[in-house]
Design a protein around this ligand. Structure first.
Ligand SMILES: Cc1ncc(COP(=O)(O)O)c(C=O)c1O
Length: 351
């Protein structure tokens, strides 16, 4: 049997380590999950699930969820598409809009799923390095003449963000597909979302997820916004029942609880400031972040990977990347105040 050459060579995405979730001593700050519980409305929705509905296929278009999202973001439901996590939508976008042998450009460093999803379709992923402060090089991205550009805004794993003006400058000279992945946008204190421009630019897709600010990683719900024409192409190609009944139901409940969502985001932003101050007190260099994580460099002579390994011994998990520009740094997701205090105490002991 013949396997496609690019599948044979594929380096698939390596997710963050998942420690035993039943161990109450574990502090998990390695996957940018939310430290706070989902909305109480999600608990209520879970209680009211109807087992009989599991016998049937779920609603194919996730129409109720599209409507709930459209209401919150003030767009038409025909400008929304839901996916089994935004990772599914990333794969779908590449499948629909890029052909084998074409090119996708993205900053470096960034979310590495873009490269694996591109490789799965035989699409080449080229990286354009950010500067020393992790600022994204827009002219550099344009120079690649790629069929698509993917930008995480605010970027991961750096936390650095681009303004609407900077993205518009790119859009005004680029006629390929621009995907702005706003997975962390709810934690950004500036108004930088591109959702309101989906009808001004028919080559723009804005990606969101319920994994981060809605605390629903485990439900796998992502969504994106684009003009009706682009959404219709994606709808043609997605799995017919890409969101299961349980996820659709609880995602609707979470989306409708805007008050709780705002409160959670506020707590994460407060804790981000708290963690940043504590790390700076310990001598860390902290990259200013607009997300639910901090990228930071340990004080002189301290090796990032060693700190991560020492923390594992006390069941605290943070993320280390051995790649260029990141190998002297650590990425720490924002926890509760209690988790942050335990982390800081352990780091102090290690130092
Ligand atoms: C930038 C970015 N986009 C997308 C995702 C995936 O989100 P989801 O859980 O919706 O698949 C992540 C997850 O960490 C991410 O960091």
């Amino acid at each position: 049997m013949k396997i496609k050459d690019y599948i044979e060579k594929l380096d698939s995405y390596i997710p963050g380590f998942q420690p035993d979730s039943n161990d109450e001593e574990v502090i998990k700050l390695n996957a940018n999950e939310n430290a706070f519980l989902p909305s109480p409305k999600v608990f209520e929705a879970l209680k009211n699930l109807e087992p009989n509905k599991l016998r049937l296929y779920p609603e194919a278009r996730s129409e109720e969820l599209r409507k709930a999202i459209a209401k919150v973001y003030n767009v038409k439901s025909s400008e929304v598409l839901c996916g089994n996590g935004s990772d599914e939508i990333i794969g779908l976008i590449i499948k629909v809009f890029l052909a084998e042998g074409e090119k996708l450009a993205t900053p470096y460093p960034t979310y590495t799923v873009y490269k694996s999803s591109a490789s799965m379709e035989g699409v080449k992923c080229v990286f354009v390095k950010t500067d020393n402060e992790f600022k994204i090089d827009i002219p550099g991205l344009l120079k690649e003449n790629a069929e698509a550009i993917f930008i995480v805004n605010p970027n991961a794993p750096t936390g650095v963000f681009l303004s609407i003006g900077e993205i518009k400058t790119l859009l005004n000279t680029y006629d390929g597909l621009l995907v702005i992945d706003e997975a962390y946008m709810d934690f950004c204190t500036e108004d930088a979302t591109m959702i309101k421009y989906i009808n001004e630019y028919d080559n723009l897709i804005v990606l969101r997820t319920m994994s981060k600010s809605y605390s629903l990683c485990g439900a796998r719900v992502g969504y994106c916004f684009a003009c009706e024409k682009l959404i219709a192409y994606m709808d043609k190609c997605r799995d017919s029942y890409n969101l299961n009944y349980i996820s659709q139901t609880i995602a609707c409940a979470a989306m409708q609880d805007e008050v709780y969502h705002k409160e959670t985001v506020k707590k994460v932003i407060e804790n981000r400031r708290y963690l940043s101050e504590k790390l700076i007190e310990l001598g860390f260099e902290v990259i200013p972040s607009q997300t639910n994580f901090l990228l930071c460099k340990p004080p002189k002579n301290k090796i990032a990977s060693e700190i991560m390994n020492e923390l594992i011994k006390v069941k605290i998990y943070i993320r280390y990347f051995s790649s260029e520009m990141l190998d002297d740094k650590l990425r720490i997701s924002i926890g509760t105040k209690e988790e942050i205090d335990k982390l800081i105490k352990s780091i102090r002991d290690i130092l």
